[in-house]
Ligand binder design. Structure first.
Ligand code: GLV
Ligand code: MG
Length: 302
């Protein structure tokens, strides 16, 4: 599975940002044709994105293009121009504002047709589905199971909050007047369950106050604590914090490796199921928890 701790949004209409993005230490970049691109700049942005994919150095990064949502007139041309033009340099297509499974099936079918026409390997390009409104959330289980190409669900908090009339203008922060607890908990958990049911990753969306790294870190930690795999970053200032939050600490990583080692020894050499490791009792379930942390730590190069 690809690492997606930090997912950088890059407006496809801005060649300077397309250039700069290549130098940032993020796991994924998505070159955007949707909401960060003005309607009159959409056509030109497609050309910029194809050029950036073909000519840029994206070594070490997952390369994604976000096309426009199916409620617009732009989606089919976005997919055809970008995939025909640079499909072999592209890892996934991100589809925003997904409301039901048929939308993902449409994209899957179109990708297959383009791959066949162009002589590309069929099925290599993956899909990322953004959940950004009530209908998408209610249908999220079917969406998560809609295509073998699907690699991750992505929460779109800005559109989501607007679509349900949540009373705040600060994306990701608690709405003023909400007494205690976390107004996002249900939504985040709902996406997480649907994703894990189908072995998908799950990514949290943007935090718009780009100068407030502390605020970003707090909101990112909330998603990481639940088990989210990563979060969007909009600015270089957010990158390091994001990679740190979605990697285990060195201490947790070392502890996870120790559990795996000890458990392996006791179950194979001594043939015991539950054993003591210091003051801690470990068993098969502990091994599974340790595997999750160890896998993330290894991916982060700890
Ligand atoms: C991202 O697309 C969002 O709407 O938050
Ligand atoms: Mg959105």
């Amino acid at each position: 599975m690809r690492s997606r701790r930090s997912v950088l949004a890059v407006p496809g209409s801005n060649p300077r940002f397309l250039e700069k993005a290549q130098s940032l230490d993020v796991d994924e970049v998505f070159l955007d044709l949707e909401d960060s691109v003005a309607p009159l700049a959409k056509a030109q942005a497609r050309g910029n994105v194809v050029k950036a994919l073909l000519e840029g150095d994206w070594t070490g990064k997952t390369r994604v293009v976000r096309v426009n949502a199916l409620e617009t007139q732009w989606t089919y041309r976005d997919v055809i121009e970008v995939v025909e033009g640079a499909g072999e340099r592209l890892d996934c297509v991100m589809l925003p504002k997904v409301q039901d499974a048929t939308e993902v099936v449409w994209l899957d079918t179109l990708l297959t047709q383009i791959e066949k026409t162009m002589g590309f390997e069929v099925g290599r390009i993956g899909i990322e589905a953004q959940i950004e409104n009530a209908r998408g959330l209610v249908n999220v289980d079917a969406i998560a199971g809609s295509s073998k190409r699907l690699e991750t669900l992505v929460f779109g908090p800005a559109d989501f909050m607007a679509s349900i009339n949540m009373r705040t203008l600060v994306v990701g922060e608690q709405p003023p007047g909400y007494p205690e607890g976390d107004a996002y908990h249900y939504i985040l958990m709902r996406l997480l369950m649907a994703a894990r049911m189908h072995d998908l990753q799950v990514i949290d969306g943007p935090y718009l106050q780009i100068k407030d790294v502390e605020g970003f870190t707090k909101v990112a930690r909330r998603a990481a604590a639940l088990g989210y795999d990563g979060k969007w970053v909009l600015h270089p200032s957010q990158v390091q914090a994001c990679n740190e939050v979605f990697s285990p600490s060195q201490e947790d990583y070392d502890h996870a490796e120790l559990i795996l080692e000890a458990y392996e020894h006791y179950t194979t050499v001594e043939q015991r199921g539950a054993v003591m490791l210091g003051d801690e009792m470990i068993d098969e379930a502990s091994r599974k928890m340790a595997l999750v942390v160890a896998a993330k730590g290894r991916a982060a190069g700890l």
